[in-house]
Design a binder for this molecule. Structure first.
Ligand code: C5P
Length: 218
């Protein structure tokens, strides 16, 4: 039988990472944070001083990404960059290079390799539309800009970064625009996706909803 996949796509700071991780834990499934791959590529590019218009070098950086995931920790080469990839600058750069089809192609095979028994929960922008179109359950998670800016603010402060809500709202809107309007794999709900607006929900309520949709599929 095919290895089951649950995809959770949505805009930045919609809570999909938290929900996807918890759903994976509940089901004993593997977890793919596809955004982390774009962030890892961005971090590597920023550190090496690769110009954001040097498409060839950007694709090479994605193709030769030396990363591994160990529980909640993310490594670039042998360095723990779990925190470093969450910086706003890295997220903004990730969103810029993610618009390039060559970069997306370079990360395609790596994403597929996460589909292992007994199953996978994958979160990102194009998990249900492009990477795992045959997923058993597809979820499109949204939340208002206010709710998302507030969540992102708390996340950043908790991680010891400084932040302010106005800047974050503006960045979120900019990034949404870029992610929704790019020509390759734009952010949009997959056909047949279940929509979930988490503005007024806790993470656990969202997790329960996803689990009950999944259970209902049998
Ligand atoms: O989800 P996260 O904010 O970590 O993703 C960082 C950036 O990577 C996003 O703004 C988006 O542009 C890009 N991304 C993508 N496709 C994915 C996951 C993330 O283009 N599947």
């Amino acid at each position: 039988a095919k290895i089951p996949v649950i995809t959770i796509d949505g805009p930045t700071a919609s809570g999909k990472g938290t929900v996807a991780q918890k759903v994976a834990r509940e089901l004993g499934f593997h977890y793919l944070d596809s955004g982390a791959l774009y962030r890892l590529t961005a971090l590597s590019v920023l550190r090496r001083g690769i110009a954001l218009n040097d498409e060839h070098a950007l694709a090479k950086a994605a193709e030769h990404l030396h990363c591994h995931f160990d529980g909640a920790h993310i490594f670039l080469a042998n360095e723990d960059v779990t925190q470093a990839i969450r910086a706003e600058e890295v997220g903004n750069t990730a969103s810029k290079i993610a618009a390039l089809i060559t970069v997306r192609q370079a990360l395609y095979g790596l994403q597929l390799s996460f589909r292992k028994p007994p199953g996978l929960v994958a979160d990102g922008r194009d998990m249900g539309t492009v990477i795992f179109p045959t997923a058993r359950l597809k979820v499109f998670l949204t939340a208002s800009v206010e709710a998302r800016a507030t969540r992102r603010y708390k996340q950043l402060i908790d991680k010891g970064f400084s932040a302010n809500i106005e800047d974050l709202s503006r960045d979120l809107k900019e990034r949404d625009e870029r992610d929704m309007n790019r020509s390759s794999a734009p952010l949009k709900a997959a056909e047949g996706a279940y929509h979930l607006d988490t503005s007024d929900m806790t993470a656990d309520e969202a997790v329960q909803q996803v689990l009950s949709w999944y259970a209902a599929l049998g």
